[in-house]
Design a protein around this ligand. Structure first.
Ligand code: LLP
Length: 400
C-alpha cells in the first residue's frame, strides 16, 4: 500500500488520519461485483462498516445497495443517492421515528427482528396508508467460530427471531394487512474465514424457506447477511478477499428457486484493506522490561484492539522502502535494515487498554516516525469517539 512517494506525501499532513487507497477500494468492489454477477447475486453494502463519503460514493458507483441499521444510516444512504429500492433497514431496536422515516422514503425492505416489531411496523404503515415489505431475520443458531463479541447467530444472542417463535410470526404476518412478506434474513457473525460456516448457514436457510413455502408463503428473497473475513496478518499479499470461493458456496449449497433473489450484506470484506490509520510517534519510552512507542492515535481513533483484542498489523512506514524492507536512520540508499527491536505500541488515551500491539518488531523507531495501523477500513473511523475530548478524525485519499 505504501511506497516512498506516498509516505513523502504525508509529510505536511496533520496526524492522526485515515489514509484511503481508493484504487484498491475500486478494485475490490469491482472484483466482488463481477464474482456476484455470475450468480445474479445482489449485494448491499453494510454502512455500519464505513460511512465515509468517498467510500460510499465508490460503493454506489459500483452498483451496490445499502444495508442500514439506524435511521441515520438510512438518511445517509438516501442523501448519497443510493437507489431507494436498494436500501434495507435492519437492527434489533428500530424506533418509531426511524421506521416512519424509512416508510416515508419507500425503502426496499425492513429486516425484522421480533414479533412485536412486526406489529409496530404494521401500525405505522397503516397510519400512512402504505405497505411495508418485510424480511424475517431468523436466528439460525449457527456458530460463526469468531470472536464472541462479533458472533450474532446463536440462540443466546439478541439478534433475530428464534425458530420456536416462527408460528407466531406466521400468524402475525397473516393478520397484519399492511405488511408484505418478502423473505428471510440471516447473519451469523463477522470476520468469518472458515467457509464451512457459510455451508452450515445454507443448510439452515434451506430448512427455513421450506418451512414458509410449505405454509403457502412464497419466499422471494433469501438474504444471507455478510460476515466474510479479511486477512489482517497479510494485508499486502491478500488485499482482496476471495469473493469467488465465497459466492460459490452459496451457489452450491443454497436451494435457490427460479422466483428467488439472493441478497448479501457485506461490510468488512469490501472496505477493510483499503485504509490504514496513520499516526506519528510522539515519544519512545524505555521501560525496564520493554520499550514503549507512544503514538498520537489512540483507541478513540481505532477501537478494535481495545474492544476485541483485534490484531492490526503495525508498520513504521518512515523506515520502510518499497519491496525492500527498511532503511536505517540517515541512510540514503535503499538498504534493508536488519536490526529490529521489540516495542509495545500504545496511544495517548488514559486507559491501559489503549494499546495497539505488544512486542511489535520494528526497526529502531524515533520520535516523528510515521506508523501505519493496517486494515483499518472497516469498523475503524465509524467507531471513533470523542473520549478525552479528542478532535474529529481526519482523512487523506489516494488518487483513484
Ligand atoms: N448484516 C448484519 C445484520 C450485521 O449485523 C453485520 C455486521 C453485517 C451485515 C456486516 O457484516 P460484515 O460483512 O462486515 O462482517 N465492530 C465489529 C464488527 C461488528 C459487525 C456487526 N454486524 C468489528 O470491528 O469487528
Amino acid at each position: 500500500m505504501f511506497d516512498e512517494r506516498i509516505v513523502a506525501s504525508f509529510d505536511d499532513k496533520e496526524t492522526p488520519f485515515y489514509y484511503y487507497d481508493l484504487k484498491l477500494l475500486n478494485q475490490t468492489l469491482k472484483e466482488c461485483r463481477s464474482a456476484a454477477e455470475g450468480h445474479k447475486f445482489h449485494i448491499h453494502f453494510a454502512l455500519k462498516a464505513n460511512f465515509n463519503q468517498k467510500v460510499l460514493a465508490a460503493v454506489k458507483a459500483n452498483g451496490f445497495g445499502a444495508d442500514c441499521v439506524s435511521g441515520g444510516e438510512v438518511k445517509k444512504a438516501v442523501e448519497v443517492g443510493f437507489d431507494k429500492k436498494q436500501i434495507v433497514f435492519a437492527g434489533v431496536g428500530k424506533s418509531d421515528a426511524e421506521i416512519n422515516f424509512a416508510l416515508d422514503n419507500d425503502i426496499f425492505a425492513f429486516n425484522v427482528e421480533s414479533v412485536q416489531e412486526l406489529e409496530v411496523i404494521d401500525q405505522l404503515a397503516t397510519a400512512k396508508n402504505k405497505k411495508a415489505s418485510v424480511a424475517i431475520r431468523i436466528n439460525p443458531n449457527v456458530d460463526a467460530h469468531t470472536h464472541h463479541y462479533i458472533t450474532t447467530g446463536l440462540d443466546e444472542n439478541k439478534f433475530g427471531i428464534n425458530s420456536w417463535d416462527l408460528p407466531l410470526v406466521y400468524d402475525t404476518l397473516k393478520s397484519c394487512r399492511n405488511l408484505e412478506f418478502l423473505g428471510i434474513h440471516f447473519h451469523v457473525g463477522s470476520q468469518i474465514l472458515d467457509l464451512n460456516v457459510f455451508k452450515s448457514l445454507c443448510i439452515k436457510v434451506n430448512e427455513m424457506q421450506q418451512w414458509f413455502e410449505e405454509r403457502g408463503m412464497p419466499v422471494k428473497v433469501l438474504n444471507v447477511g455478510g460476515g466474510l473475513g479479511v486477512d489482517y496478518q497479510n494485508p499486502d499479499e491478500n488485499a482482496i478477499p476471495d469473493f469467488k470461493s465465497y459466492f460459490q458456496i452459496f451457489a452450491d449449497f443454497l436451494n435457490i428457486k427460479p422466483h428467488q433473489e439472493v441478497h448479501f450484506e457485506l461490510g468488512r470484506a469490501l472496505v477493510a484493506q483499503c485504509s490504514s490509520l496513520i499516526s506519528k510517534v510522539l515519544y519512545i519510552k524505555n521501560g525496564i522490561k520493554k520499550n514503549f512507542v507512544i503514538i498520537d492515535a489512540g483507541m478513540t481513533e481505532l477501537m478494535r484492539p481495545a474492544l476485541y483484542q483485534a490484531y492490526h498489523k503495525i508498520e513504521n512506514v518512515s523506515r520502510m522502502v518499497e519491496g525492500k524492507g527498511f532503511k536505517a536512520e540517515g541512510e540514503l540508499n535503499l538498504i534493508p535494515h536488519t536490526s529490529y527491536l521489540s516495542y509495545d505500541v500504545v496511544g495517548p488515551i488514559c486507559e491501559s487498554s489503549d494499546c495497539f500491539g505488544k512486542g511489535v518488531e520494528m526497526p529502531e523507531t524515533k520520535r516523528g516516525d510515521l506508523i501505519a495501523l493496517r486494515t483499518a477500513g472497516a469498523y475503524g473511523e465509524v467507531m471513533a469517539s470523542a473520549y478525552n475530548l479528542r478532535p474529529a478524525i481526519k482523512h487523506v485519499y489516494s488518487e483513484e
